[in-house]
Structure formats: C-alpha cells, structure tokens
Design a protein around this ligand. Structure first.
Ligand code: PMP
Length: 322
C-alpha cells in the first residue's frame, strides 16, 4: 500500500514475493525512515487461524510512525492487509507445537530526494514466513551478556519506537554477546549505565523471593506486547508486579543472596525464556537453579496455552482470521 501527501493511502496490491526496485536517492536508504512490527499467526487445536493481540501491533506501529515523522495507518487497514496475507498463506501455517507464521509489517520512506526532511511518500508492506519453535527440543534457559560499552536508547531518543535504526545500533553489542558464548545482549541505560533496560529483542522480568515481579519501566525500552500480557496474567495470578528501575548491581546482589529466584525474557519470537546465567566483563553469576523456575514456567504455559487455544481466552486476546 502506498501513501503520499496528496492521495493518502492508496493502491493496495497483493504481489508474489520479489525484489523491490528503489532509486539510489530513495529517502530510506539515507536517513533510515523505516519502522516495522513482528507478530505471529497460529493454528489452534481446532484448526482455526488466530492472531495474538494484533490491535496492539497496530497501535505500536502508529506510535513508531509518529516518532519517525511518518504517516499513521488506520488500524482497519493495517489489520486488513495482515488478514489478507494470512489467508493467502494459510497453507504455510504449521500445525502443532511451536510452529507459526511469522508476520512482518513494515513501512519505509520511498520518496526520491537528498534533503534531510520527512519524506512525502511511503510504502507499507507485509511479508510472512513460517517458523518453527524458537528453541528446538523444548525450552532452555538462556545466557545473557551485559553490554559494557553500548546502550540501546537514550531519553528523548527512539528507544520506544520499533525502527530499523535501533536494531542497526544493537548489532555490534549482540555480536559481542555471541562472541562471549551468550544468547542475547542485555542493555543498561545510556545515562548512568546502571539500570537494566531490555535485551536485543526481548523484555525482561525479575521474580523475587516474596513472589513479586519487577520489570523495567517504559520510556526508552520497547513496549512489548508479551511484556504487557505477562503483567496482566501475573497480576491475575496474585503476583505483585512493579514497573520500576532495577540496577545491574542489585541484580547481581539479589542473585547471589537468593532474593532473586527467577528471571525471564519475553517477546513474540520465544514467548517466555528463563534466564539461567548472566555474563559481564567482570565475571558471571547464575540465577536461581539456572533453569526455568516455577513462576516462569506457569506464566509461559498460560500464555502459550491462550495463544494455541488450549487455555480459555478470557481477555479476548485472540483475533480470528476467517
Ligand atoms: N524489546 C525489543 C528490543 C524487541 O525487539 C522486542 C521484539 N519485538 C521486544 C522487546 C518484545 O516485544 P513483543 O513482546 O511485542 O514481541
């Protein structure tokens, strides 16, 4: 679907997947005016196709658009484009444990010019690809690398937006994590390099010995849809859930004293992944029993159960695609 200042959204088309042709002076190639979303279509036990809270992806997409000086897209149009693609690709949605269709809506500045200003033409596009379970052979606890030199976002920056540039800036830190034998990087805040923010592609929760949960507050982090869902499920299960700053020093001290029982990461791709070990330039520490703790497991089972249609969807999170 195209957008221009004079026509608004127009020319929606469905095409077989193939390369784009872009002029070398296309704005996105120079100033990175680009945003995206990541979501999954599941086939539930009864064969129906569902999306998980896609209205939240639409809302976040438009918040990203506003931050990047791009046009917003009506929720109905965003959802209609996704539903149409899901219907066309329905045969590609794997049934059974873990499989799903990963959906990637994105928008970029397509106008041809070299000045630094918001473009007046954009393209919104949706692609999809079947994916298997994130962890082959069941879930496993992940190991995190604390980035010593890099931050993902600063106050007033684009941290809350899902724009390509945020990920470009995080690649070197993620590569460092892999080099140190870890699964994902965890970023601390830019101002003090003290407060835990989020992972390269997931939000983070801490489970304390009194049963309460702590997760870093919104602002410079991505407002994860899984994070929001987990907060709601945890509160309904009687946990006190606090969105408050948690420092790396506190994390280390609480893990050592046993005050921190579990920690887990969450996001669309892996849903919920227990964190077993944390490595940093000065050493490493383990969390709990280094595997998935009972709170992590219960929340994951409940969320995955809802997504797969095996647990009652009391909150009407599932969006059927007929
Ligand atoms: N933080 C970052 C940086 C991410 O890329 C993602 C994945 N979209 C998340 C958090 C988790 O967000 P969600 O639960 O909406 O997938």
């Amino acid at each position: 679907i195209k957008w221009s200042v004079d026509k608004g959204w127009h020319d929606a088309t469905v095409l077989a997947r193939g390369p784009f042709q872009l002029d070398p002076a296309c704005a996105v190639l120079h100033y990175a005016q680009e945003i995206f979303e990541g979501m999954k279509a599941y086939r539930t036990a009864d064969g129906a196709i569902t999306l998980f809270r896609p209205e939240e992806n639409a809302r976040r997409f438009n918040e990203s658009a506003e931050r990047m000086a791009m046009p917003v897209i009506p929720e109905e149009l965003f959802l209609a484009a996704i539903e149409e693609l899901v219907r066309i690709d329905a045969d590609w949605i794997p049934a059974g444990e873990g499989g799903s269709l990963y959906i990637r809506p994105f928008m970029f500045a397509s106008e041809v010019f070299l000045g630094v200003k918001p473009a007046s033409e954009y393209i919104f596009c949706v692609i999809a690809s079947p994916v298997g379970a994130y962890f082959k052979g069941g879930s496993k606890a992940i190991t995190l690398w604390v980035s010593e030199h890099y931050s993902r976002a600063a106050a007033g920056g684009t941290g809350a937006a899902k724009c390509g540039g945020n990920y470009a800036g995080s690649l070197v830190a993620q590569a460092e994590a892999i080099k140190n034998g870890c699964d994902q990087v965890v970023f601390l805040d830019a101002a003090e390099h003290r407060w835990v923010e989020e992972l390269g592609g997931m939000n983070i929760f801490f489970v304390m010995d009194d049963g309460s949960l702590i997760t870093p507050p919104l602002g410079t982090i991505l407002s994860g849809i899984t994070r929001n869902s987990i907060m709601e499920l945890a509160r309904a299960a009687g946990h006190d859930v606090r969105e408050e700053p948690y420092s790396f020093d506190q994390w280390q001290a609480d893990a050592r004293s046993g005050k921190l029982r579990e920690a887990f990461a969450c996001g669309t791709a892996a849903v919920v992944a227990g964190i077993g070990e944390v490595r940093h330039a000065g050493g490493s520490f383990a969390i709990g029993n280094s595997g998935d703790g009972p709170v992590t497991t219960a929340l994951r089972d409940q969320l995955v159960g809802i997504q797969r249609g095996n647990v009652a969807d009391d909150r009407k999170w599932l969006h059927g695609v007929a």
